[in-house]
Design a protein around this ligand. Structure first.
Ligand SMILES: [Zn+2]
Length: 427
């Protein structure tokens, strides 16, 4: 990984460039949908990196890719896990997820070198790439980490189909990542390095974000049902236009956010119109709506208001509405010992650190109920995310790697315990 240079920072930028080539877009970003050939290329690159540090590679049934890196004398010593995801949205930035995987590989390489030089460790390390974090090709999001954490069923995940009707299991088999290995045991601590995708760090001047909690999210799939008709002769009064009902609902959901400025985010990012012909009044429209807030009570109130707004919108268009799927991601605190450890490592690196919430979902949140988890953020220029123009200053990328490596070292010298690691750094 660092064969092109002895400087780890150069290794980071070279590795990010190599990953960026997998699914590169003309606009300078990537399209690397889960279990696509491009995802397969990025996974192969990760495997090459893992092979170079003699990691034991395991691929579980849903394609989660693990590299087990022995650092302790005891193969059954506690496990510390670092990672993120290599899949992306369509025309996305090159750092979202990939940065966390690349940095985890380099942190592992650094610690392997230290172990070979005689440094003692009391925990082993694992680097992971989670399948289907983005929910772009196969919905829902946080898929692979959800299966690993026991929150989702592996068979159900493998049976999920994309828009072309291809099942996740089939797509993984095509790229050679339909695994049969048992996943590693639950780690004693999971750390994920990620770009912030917001503007809190940039506005505060901090280089490192120690995430202390997450915003909650309510995800509602609503279906508007009307009657198919000719767009020409059908009298306006007789139309039951499902798309019109959905349009009212989309506008009303946006207006709902304005009732709680800064405290509620709402959106509809996906719509399916049937039959989707210019000459047919649509009879069925599905929308995927989202509400997010850092306040549990507000999120519950806003979600109830959204459902009422959908009913009102449907009635206004003379159509029916149902909400067949509701998914709630609750607001939770991340363990203080892990965020304190991140802050301590940032301080030791001489980097300004700020504590903040994450608004976006991350694989770390999937694991939160099963093991202590930590999220480390670096600034996103202008907060641009899920966009080819997503960027982070090179120095900030290097800073994040330094903090991740230091935190992983401390954990692996403290039997994987964040509490013990927090007590101090032994030489
Ligand atoms: Zn991500």
């Amino acid at each position: 990984m660092t064969s092109t240079s002895s400087r780890p920072d150069a290794g980071l930028h070279a590795l990010l460039a190599a990953f960026s080539a997998c699914g590169a877009t003309a606009g300078g970003g990537i399209t690397r949908l889960a279990a696509s050939p491009e995802d397969g290329q990025a996974r192969d690159l990760m495997r090459d990196c893992l092979a170079r540090i003699s990691a034991e590679i395991r691929i579980d049934r849903v394609g989660n890719l693990f590299g087990l890196v022995p650092l302790a004398q005891n193969p059954h010593a506690p496990l510390v896990m670092l990672g993120s995801h290599l899949d992306s949205q369509t025309r996305a930035g090159r750092l979202d997820g990939t940065y966390g995987v690349a940095a985890a590989l380099l942190a592992a390489e650094a610690l392997v070198g230290e172990a070979q030089a005689g440094r003692m460790f009391s925990a082993n390390l694992c680097v992971v790439n989670w399948t289907g974090e983005e929910g772009a090709r196969f919905r829902p999001s946080l898929l692979g980490s959800g299966v690993y954490a026991g929150r989702r069923d592996a068979d159900a995940a493998l049976a999920l189909r994309d828009e072309a009707g291809i099942a996740l299991g089939e797509a993984l088999a095509v790229i050679g990542y339909a695994g049969t290995d048992a996943p590693p045991p639950m780690p004693t601590c999971y750390l994920e390095l990620h770009v912030e995708q917001g503007t809190v760090l940039e506005a505060s001047g901090a280089v490192i974000g120690a995430v202390t909690g997450n915003w909650g999210a309510a995800k509602l799939d609503a279906v508007f049902s009307g009657a198919q008709a000719h767009t020409g002769p059908t009298p306006m009064a007789d139309r039951r236009d499902a798309l019109l009902g959905a349009a009212y609902a989309i506008a009303d959901l946006r207006a709902l956010a304005d009732l709680f400025p800064g405290r509620l985010h709402t959106s509809v990012g996906r719509i399916r119109v049937a039959p989707n012909s210019a000459n047919v009044v649509p009879d069925r429209v599905e929308i995927a709506a989202e509400l997010r807030s850092a306040d549990d009570a507000l999120l519950a109130e806003a979600t109830a208001l959204a459902e009422v707004a959908f009913e009102t919108a449907a009635a206004r268009a003379g159509v029916a509405v149902s909400v067949p799927t509701r998914e709630l991601r609750g607001i939770r605190a991340l363990p203080a010992a892990v965020s304190d450890l991140v802050a301590a490592c940032a301080e030791a690196e001489g980097l300004a650190c700020r504590r903040l919430d994450t608004v976006a979902g991350h694989d770390a949140l999937s694991l939160l109920e099963r093991c202590p988890t930590g999220l480390i953020f670096v600034p996103s220029l202008g907060g641009i995310a899920h966009n080819e123009a997503e960027a982070t200053a090179p120095r900030d990328l290097e800073a994040g790697l330094a903090v991740l490596t230091r935190a992983a070292r401390r954990l692996c010298r403290a039997a994987g315990s964040p509490e013990i690691a927090l007590q101090g750094e032994s030489a």
